[in-house]
Design a protein. Structure first.
Length: 239
């Protein structure tokens, strides 16, 4: 065994693994909370506007070995504090919507919530990556109330259109197939496809604007709203 490798008996290893699993559980809870928030926004927005800006939501928890692999690769401190501070994509939530104009709406509805703190934002839509990648990335933190403590946990939220998502998942597959060494002809075809996806987003947006599904905003009823007539109506129906 090489000298820098710590020696660990089975019992120590088991304890370490248990503690790491407990640490990772906080990130799973943070995903649950963010997913619930976004599902609520989806349902409520639909009720208010009869229009749904959210197509679907995905989430993933980074595998423990991938977390530790990233710590080693990026030379972060190999301890919980090092991970907490530096690895901000352990909890990942992806929100896919129909139209480009939905993206800032969803962003504002998330970031505006009292218990959410925006830690970082990268707008790869205004500034697309050289390969053509587009998405809005937010790193937010959210309090997670554990049975014995409260932790603020970072979550990476990616917001993108269906066209952006379609492109990104194919690009990801190709990137992995070639282990990062994508041949130049395929690379330029991917860039072309990214341009076609962006053009489709523009076209769909302008069609969407013509139809304008947003309607008039919902009015918040006054607390003093008299419900007597409603009560009598229910009584009449059940009689
Ligand atoms: P990491 O250290 O890998 O997390 O990168 P980063 O901290 O520089 O963040 P970045 O915003 O570049 O990317 C974060 C995530 O966005 C990635 O894990 C992917 O899910 C997605 N992403 C970023 N760039 C690309 C891309 O070119 N293609 C695809 N398919 N996904 C991308
Ligand atoms: Mg990442």
């Amino acid at each position: 065994m090489r000298s820098w490798q710590p020696t660990l008996d089975i019992e120590d290893f088991r304890l370490l693994r248990e503690q790491f699993t407990d640490f990772m559980l906080g990130y799973k809870f943070a995903i649950d909370e963010i997913t619930t928030k976004i599902n609520i926004l989806r349902e409520d927005f639909n009720a208010a506007h009869e229009y749904n800006p959210i197509e679907h939501i995905n989430s993933r928890l980074k595998a423990p070995e991938s977390v530790l692999e990233k710590v080693r690769r990026k030379n972060y401190a190999m301890n919980l504090a090092g991970i907490r501070e530096n690895v901000l994509d352990i909890a990942g939530v992806r929100v896919v919507c129909s139209f480009i104009s939905d993206i800032p709406k969803i962003r504002d509805m998330i970031v505006g919530q009292e218990d959410i703190t925006l830690l970082d934002e990268r707008d790869y839509i205004t500034n697309r990556k050289p390969n053509g990648y587009r998405s809005l990335h937010l790193i937010v933190s959210i309090p997670v109330f554990r049975s014995d403590r409260t932790d603020r946990i970072p979550v990476e939220i990616q917001i993108r259109t269906i066209a952006m998502d379609f492109w990104a998942s194919l690009e990801h597959k190709i990137y992995y197939k070639y282990r990062g060494e994508v041949p130049p002809n395929l690379r330029s075809e991917l860039t072309e496809a990214a341009e076609a996806a962006a053009a489709l987003d523009e076209k769909m947006e302008s069609l969407h604007r013509l139809v304008d599904h947003n309607g008039k905003p919902r009015e918040t009823p006054a607390d003093s709203l008299d419900l007597t007539a409603l009560y009598l109506g229910f009584l009449g129906n059940s009689a």
